[in-house]
Design a binder for this molecule. Structure first.
Ligand code: SF4
Ligand code: SF4
Length: 309
């Protein structure tokens, strides 16, 4: 049964991060009525995460979020935070159980990666959520040689008063892993290719150790480079692209199990492709899972308890 859906509203983004895993290709975007029809076919009260690209660029964002909330879904968003403002802050404050904001460290590192002035724009956006009903979580990607090593910048994030900070290394796949995945029918992985650098991995491990020894005003969660566990997502999570193509994984979307907008959720979840990919992921043969931060993430049940993975 599907317990978590990701609605990828758009691939457009106002930033140009060099490490971006989204393809940023112009693809047709569905209108809110199409997303609402898909939502009607999901189990009631499950978690829906809105993301992109940058989901706040989606033209009917507020309308869609309000309708999904009225339908009883638990809403989350992943955003770069630069477009949080008057138009959407109140819906984010009142209707979302979690707002995940990408922040790549303190001001110096964040601006080096995402562009001059972006840290203060994101910080302003986060501040405008003060009094929010849900959690404000910073998703921080550790970049070797930039944010890994000196962790003084975590105090800058502390000053922004998030409910938690999640640290995870930049995802990277070797050329060999990409070739293995392609043989299994998962494509479009070239943008994740990075050499395996043992020195960078050691630096990350040292960063983990230093962070674990410090005390912060907020919980700091570490997502390891090689997460453990059995991924709960095949069969339980559905990622839906702006044009309705669906798969189980959120970062590695280079395969489809069917088109939700055309065929409906039930047909897609039980399609031959869905069964094939579910079996493939469950067999442990897919190299992507070795590096995937979702592997160790629990899926919340509708009443907010954590389901085992
Ligand atoms: S903010 Fe996110 S979606 Fe936009 S370019 Fe950066 S990594 Fe990509
Ligand atoms: S761990 Fe594997 S099955 Fe799970 S989301 Fe990542 S790539 Fe997909």
């Amino acid at each position: 049964m599907i317990r978590h859906a990701h609605f990828q509203l758009t691939l457009r983004c106002n930033l140009r991060c060099p490490f971006c895993g989204q393809q940023r290709l112009p693809v047709p975007e569905a209108g809110p009525e199409t997303w609402l029809r898909a939502a009607e076919q999901l189990p009631p009260g499950i978690k829906i995460t809105l993301w992109g690209g940058e989901p706040l660029l989606y033209g009917k964002f507020v309308f869609l979020a309000e309708r999904l909330s009225e339908m009883g879904f638990v809403l989350e968003i992943v955003t770069n935070g630069t477009l949080i403002g008057e138009e959407n802050a109140s819906v984010l404050r009142e209707k979302f159980s979690a707002v995940y904001v990408s922040l790549d460290g303190g001001e110096k590192a964040h601006d080096a990666v995402r562009g001059q002035g972006m840290f203060s724009r994101t910080a302003r956006g986060a501040a405008s959520l003060a009094g929010h009903r849900g959690k404000l979580v910073f998703l921080t990607t550790l970049h070797a040689g930039l944010t890994a090593g000196d962790i003084g910048w975590l105090r800058e994030l502390e000053a922004l008063k998030p409910d938690a900070v999640t640290l995870q290394p930049l995802i990277g796949l070797t050329g060999q892993e990409i070739a293995e995945a392609e043989k299994l029918g998962i494509t479009g992985l070239g943008r994740w290719e990075r050499p395996d650098d043992p020195a960078a991995r050691r630096a990350l491990e040292e960063t983990w150790a230093r962070v674990s020894r410090e005390k912060y005003d907020m919980p700091v969660v570490l997502v390891p480079h090689f997460p453990e566990g059995v991924c709960a997502r095949p069969g339980s999570a559905l990622h839906i692209s702006p044009c309705g193509e669906a798969c189980f994984c959120t970062d590695f979307t280079g395969y489809t199990v069917g088109n939700v907008f055309r065929d409906g959720v039930a047909a897609v979840v039980d399609s031959p492709a869905a069964r094939r990919f579910r079996a493939l992921f469950e067999s442990g043969a897919v190299p992507l899972c070795r590096h995937c931060p979702w592997r160790s993430q629990p899926i919340e049940t509708p009443d907010g308890r954590q389901a085992a993975t």
